[in-house]
Ligand binder design. Structure first.
Ligand SMILES: [Zn+2]
Length: 189
């Protein structure tokens, strides 16, 4: 997500139809309001978080500067069980899959694919925050398809079962949930 923080007159920037080039769409000239300019210089600062563009108005020929920065809130935050919030990190999903799989041979590209799919889903379904539990359950649903032993291992670690009965109950519940989701997907696809 990109927000413009340049001159007050550049409010039309970012409206899709107004793009000239992917990273250098025209903005309103602060002097004459012309919606047409060329970027004459562009540089990043603050470790790539801010891009400063020097522009020349094609209407009046005057020069002005815009600053483009990545919005800090674009990052999805994960609410942990203890209430702490940490930035979403897809590496945690990879680690989760790896530790659930243990010594079982799961190809690296499958782990990456799981992480990609979950990350994409999360960004579609949640704006700013997501509970870690949601991620855990998504991961569990995926593991079920990849490797049943890994799935059980992950679920038992996740729910910290105190007895085999508890484990069985939860697995039946999860199994049902996974099937429900699949049936729904089938219905709508
Ligand atoms: Zn102008």
């Amino acid at each position: 997500m990109i927000r413009w923080t340049g001159s007050p007159s550049d409010s039309r920037a970012g409206r899709p139809g107004h793009r000239k080039a992917p990273y250098a769409w025209p903005v309103l000239c602060p002097y004459c309001n012309t919606d047409n300019d060329k970027v004459i210089d562009s540089r990043s600062s603050d470790a790539g978080k801010v891009t400063r563009r020097r522009r020349e108005c094609l209407g009046c020929g005057k020069r002005f500067t815009t600053y483009e920065r990545v919005e800090a809130t674009a990052k999805l935050m994960v609410i942990k069980r203890d209430g702490r919030r940490v930035p979403f990190d897809r590496e945690n999903i990879i680690r989760g899959v790896s530790s659930a799989c243990g010594k079982r041979k799961i190809p690296e590209d499958i782990k990456q694919k799981v992480a990609d799919e979950i990350e994409e889903e999360l960004h579609k379904q949640f704006d700013r925050e997501v509970e870690s539990q949601v991620i855990g359950e998504k991961l569990m649903g995926r593991l079920r398809d990849i490797d049943e032993v890994a799935w059980i291992r992950f679920a038992s670690e996740y729910y910290k079962f105190k007895s085999v009965d508890e484990l069985k109950k939860q697995l039946e519940l999860l199994d049902g949930k996974v099937r429900d989701v699949k049936d729904q997907q089938r219905l709508f696809s």
